[in-house]
Design a protein around this ligand. Sequence first.
Ligand SMILES: Cc1cc2nc3c(=O)[nH]c(=O)nc-3n(C[C@H](O)[C@H](O)[C@H](O)COP(=O)(O)O)c2cc1C
Length: 275
Amino acid sequence: MEIKTVRALWFSPTGNAERIAVAAARTLSERFPAPMDTLSLNRPEARKHEYAFTPTDFVVFACPVYAGRLPNKILPDIKACLRGDNTPAAALVTFGNRAFDNALAELVSVLTDNGFRVVGAGAVVGEHAFTDKLGGGRPGVTDLRALRTFAETIADAVRNGTASGMTVPGDPAAPYYVPKGADGLPARFLKAKPKVDLSRCHNCGTCARACPMGAIDPGNVSDVPGTCIKCQACVSRCTRRARFFDDPAFLSHVAMLERTFTEPKENAFFYGRLT
Ligand SMILES: Cc1cc2nc3c(=O)[nH]c(=O)nc-3n(C[C@H](O)[C@H](O)[C@H](O)COP(=O)(O)O)c2cc1C
C-alpha cells in the first residue's frame, strides 16, 4: 500500500502526547517516504470539525491516559472528529508512570470503530502532569529510540502489505481507576479548580488559551466557570508560575502517587499480525 501523507494528531494538554505523535510520525514519514502534517485537537474549536482520512493516509493519534482510560470529557469529541476509510493508523497513549490500564485498548477500539485499521499501538511513559517525581523528564532519549523502532517496524509492514488489524490487552469498557489519597481511601477532587497567585499573575490569558475545555474566563483568569479536567495545561503553560491547585484531596492523591509509583515503568508496544 502506497502512503501519500503521514498525519500526526494529538490531544495533549501538557505536551507529552504531542511529542510522541510527532516523533513517531517523523520516523514514518522518513521511512515510507511521504510528507507529514500535524493537527492539534487541544482546543475545543479544533474538536468541533470532522476530519476525514483516506486509505492512503497514515494517521498517528496520541492521547494521555486519565484514570486508566482515555480522558472521558474529551472522548466524545474524539469519536465525533476522526473518520477513517480503512485508513492505517498507529494508536499511542502516554501515561505518567502509574499504569496505562485499559486506555490503549480503548483507543484501539475507538479508532477501529471509526474506520481506522490500527496496525501498531504503544503506551509510552511521560512525566506525570501532577508531579515530576513520576516519569520526570520522560519521554527521554531511550523512550524516543524505542518509539523509532516501533514506527520503523509498522512502516515496513504497511509498505510490504503485511500489516493487519490488531487487538491489545485490556478492556475498553473497564471501570476508571479510582484515585486514592495518602490514607488509601478514594480522593474526591472532581470539583477542584486551579487557583491563581495574584502577586504573580499579569492576566496575560495564556492559561485561558491553553485550557482544552475553554473553562477559564480570558477576561479574568481567576474565574474558572467551566469544567476543569485537572489536565494541568494552565499550570504547565503559565510562564509566571501563577497557577496552582490547593485542593486537599488532590494534593493527598499526588502525595500517594509520589510515595507509591516512582519506580520507572516500561513502555509497551504492540503490533498487528505481520503475516
Ligand atoms: C486527570 C489526570 C489523570 C491521570 N491518570 C493517569 C493514570 O491513570 N495513570 C498514569 O500513569 N498517569 C496518569 N496521568 C498522567 C498522564 O497520563 C501523563 O502525565 C501524560 O503524559 C500527560 O500527557 P500530555 O502531556 O500529553 O497531557 C493522569 C494525568 C491527569 C491530568
